[in-house]
Design a protein around this ligand. Structure first.
Ligand SMILES: CC(=O)N[C@H](C=O)[C@@H](O)[C@H](O)[C@H](O)COP(=O)(O)O
Length: 225
């Protein structure tokens, strides 16, 4: 990506909070108009960008806000564990509705289309590319391929029990070689945002703690000892 476009990305997103507006599937908030309103409320609260699932929802949000949109498509595939934007047609759909950034699963797991082809399509469409990684190896490979933003999104989600805490160590390790590390995953409090920034995050994404009301309510309900 050109240095001008990267500088523009830094100007809009470096040091900013990103709000992932992905309600729980099939829950009462799982609705395009609610996602649009979550995004508008996030911007009012100070978000520098939003992360939105599905081309139709990106389109709904696009008309309501001017901050960058990170677009993804989530799929449950029968023959691959890759869920986030697995296909070129998903990239095309997100580009068609003007996602500024397209994020894709960048783990080394079996996948239907190559990471290089997804990256090529994102850049050919004029968007920025974000790699959702699970490990330092994923991040190094994605950085070498030319992804603009490296996310810790999938750390803890590729096998075994999901940890409680964010993966600060991974943020630090990736920030040692990549200029734009998105801290993402299990960041639930302002203190955790601060720690992610101290670990070297370029920007920080918070989802569940802002837009999954059922889970946040559960945290509080369970504290009612
Ligand atoms: C692992 C996976 O599929 N993560 C997804 C990626 O889009 C979302 O379900 C997360 O909500 C998002 O990454 C934000 O994280 P958190 O909700 O923990 O703040």
């Amino acid at each position: 990506m050109s240095s001008e476009k990267l500088a523009a990305l830094d100007a809009r997103m470096a040091g900013r909070l990103v709000v992932s507006c992905q309600p729980i599937d099939d829950g009462p908030l799982d609705n395009a108009d609610i996602v649009r309103r979550f995004a508008m409320a996030a911007v009012l609260g100070g978000a520098g960008a939003v992360r939105i699932e599905g081309a139709a929802r990106v389109a709904a949000v696009r008309g309501a806000i001017t901050v960058p949109i990170i677009g993804i498509v989530k799929r449950d595939l029968p023959d691959s564990p890759v869920r986030i934007t697995p296909f070129l047609r998903d990239v095309d759909d997100l580009l068609a509705v003007c996602a500024d950034i397209v994020a894709v699963d960048a783990t080394g797991r079996a996948r239907p289309e190559t990471l290089a082809s997804l990256l090529g399509a994102i850049h050919a469409g004029g968007a920025m590319a974000m790699a959702d990684c699970s490990s330092e190896e994923d991040a190094a490979a994605a950085h070498a391929l030319g992804f603009d933003i490296i996310g810790t999104t999938l750390s803890g989600y590729t096998g075994g029990a999901v940890p409680q805490e964010p993966d600060y160590a991974l943020i630090t390790r990736v920030a040692a070689f990549a200029p734009r590390v998105m801290a993402e995953g299990r960041i639930h409090t302002p203190q955790q945002v601060r720690l992610a920034r101290e670990a070297g995050a370029w920007a920080v994404t918070v989802g569940t703690a802002i837009t999954r009301t059922e889970l946040v309510t559960q945290w509080f309900a369970e504290a009612m000892v």
